[in-house]
Write a new protein. Structure first.
Length: 252
């Protein structure tokens, strides 16, 4: 088992990449603390893991709320006594709004969930990782964090930001036994696309035309396997990297 007995916090675990990753990690022996707003889905996930002899501990929470972030880390430490790995997976889209029509509410919400929330959760978990002199942080970014025409303004900004955060943490804390890497998925078959209402088609069409290779839809398991690799000792020499997993969408 590649992550046996590792204590892992995984956000955005109620569906898609998070759900797949939770089951993959539990199957590989980890103690996975899963968080999302839809608690009933986390309970169902716990039952699925139990069938695989896996250990999943559900915690309800919204990663844009300070109180929920603090409670998540406290609940993890109270339950297992440590935090070995943190996976910042929770994220939302922004209706493909551009600089001339982005709405304040959407900007604030996307940045809160996609960038500020991960920062605050890292800050809370870092207290324990520094004491342990070990830790592993994985941030789920996007190809939107590497290119300009892979989403709306708020989304692209948030994902560029989390890649910068990843590099900064790796540079500052690598010598303390804490590493930090990011994953940049392309188009994955998840529920997130269904949450976009009234998209700005001008931006959306430019996103679709921004590469000569049309996006191929990946499965949540494709990203879950990259998460598992980065959490295992097989990746111990990787720090500050952004691994692109997009089926070749951004190859040209």
């Amino acid at each position: 088992m590649r992550v046996k007995d590792k204590v892992i916090i995984l956000t955005g675990a109620s569906s898609g990449i998070g759900e797949s990753a939770a089951l993959t990690l539990a199957r590989e022996g980890a103690k996975v603390v899963v968080v999302a707003r839809r608690y009933e889905r986390l309970e169902a996930l716990k039952e699925k893991a139990a069938e695989l002899q896996g250990d999943i501990y559900p915690v309800a929470g919204d990663m844009s709320k300070d109180e929920d972030i603090k409670n998540l880390v406290k609940a993890t430490v109270d339950k297992y006594g440590r935090v070995d790995i943190l996976v910042n997976n929770a994220g939302i889209l922004d209706r493909f709004l551009s600089a001339d029509n982005v709405e304040d509410e959407i900007w604030d919400n996307v940045l809160a969930v996609n960038l500020t929330g991960p920062m605050k959760l890292i800050r809370e978990a870092m207290v324990y990782m520094k004491k342990q002199e070990s830790g592993n942080i994985i941030n789920i970014a996007s190809v939107g964090g590497l290119f300009g025409a892979k989403g709306g303004l708020a989304y692209v900004t948030s994902k560029h930001g989390i890649i910068g955060m990843t590099k900064h943490i790796a540079a500052i804390f690598g010598e303390e036994g804490i590493r930090c890497n990011a994953i940049a998925p392309g188009s994955i078959k998840t529920e997130i696309g269904n949450t976009v209402e009234n998209p700005n088609m001008q931006v959306y069409n430019k996103v679709m035309k921004s590469a000569s290779v049309l996006p191929v839809l990946g499965e949540p398991e494709d990203i879950a396997n990259v998460i598992l690799f980065l959490e295992s000792d097989e990746s111990k020499f990787i720090n500050g990297a952004t691994i692109v997993s997009d089926g070749g969408w951004t190859i040209q």
